[in-house]
Design a binder for this molecule. Structure first.
Ligand SMILES: Cc1cc2nc3c(=O)[nH]c(=O)nc-3n(C[C@H](O)[C@H](O)[C@H](O)COP(=O)(O)O)c2cc1C
Length: 220
């Protein structure tokens, strides 16, 4: 059994998305103690921002005329695709940055979509596999909050991972993560702690489910 895990927080210390994904990973690991985990960390090692346009240009260029840079970009896109296709279960951990996703996550998605297996002509390449999206947000975006509708990351990522690529996707949201550090949000600390505990509990459940679902599929 193989798990692919993507991290993208620009911080490695105190990251909530990483911590919640750790909980999910531990639950998956409990199901598959000898399973393999493939990791990509876009926060620590972003993809080159030039890879996507270069790979798009390569797709308009006959293969025997590809430049060295185009060959490299196409190979990188293929490697990203291989990482996902090698996995039975997938965890994607993402922070909300500036009401959307980071350029690093967008670069990963865009580059993957240049790979013919993941592009617009492809048929849900991850269909049947189980996935978990973990998203950490500093504020709160639920119905009735002043910024309801301002989170432009969750729906977009659900679209790509679930609809376009076909993952059987669960979502865990940790909100109000800035309450611990922003003085103006001090009153919200108890609620933030409650949200965080709920997020970890959900991650544990989903991590176990991911492991069980993958095992069930493999035994068919
Ligand atoms: C550059 C930057 C932009 C951010 N933009 C937002 C935002 O638009 N909305 C929000 O609720 N939180 C925002 N945050 C807060 C993060 O979403 C929050 O700290 C989250 O927990 C980060 O994920 P991490 O804990 O895994 O690092 C931002 C944080 C940073 C560093």
């Amino acid at each position: 059994m193989t798990l692919f895990r993507l991290d993208s927080s620009i911080r490695t210390e105190g990251s909530i998305s990483r911590a919640v994904a750790d909980t999910a990973e531990a639950a998956w690991r409990a199901e598959h103690p000898t399973g393999e985990i493939i990791r990509r960390d876009l926060g620590v090692e972003p993809l080159p921002s030039t890879s996507w346009p270069t790979a798009v240009l390569a797709s308009w260029t006959p293969a025997d005329q590809h430049t060295a840079a185009q060959l490299e970009a196409v190979a990188l896109a293929a490697r990203l695709g291989d990482e996902l296709l090698a996995a039975d279960s997938i965890i994607v951990a993402v922070p909300l940055y500036n009401w959307g996703i980071s350029q690093h996550v967008k670069a990963w998605i865009d580059l993957l979509i240049t790979d013919p297996r993941f592009g617009s002509g492809s048929e849900t390449p991850l269909k049947g596999r189980s996935g978990l999206l973990v998203i950490a947000r500093g504020g709160a975006y639920g119905e009735g909050t002043p910024r309801f509708g301002w989170d432009h990351a969750t729906a977009y990522l659900s679209l790509i991972l679930g609809e376009v690529w076909g993952l059987d996707l669960r979502v865990v949201e940790a909100e109000l993560t800035l309450a611990e550090i922003v003085p103006a949000m001090a009153d919200l600390k108890p609620l933030a702690a409650e949200f965080l505990a709920t997020a970890h509990a959900a991650a544990a459940t989903h991590g176990r489910d991911l492991g069980e679902q993958a095992a069930a599929l493999a035994s068919v």
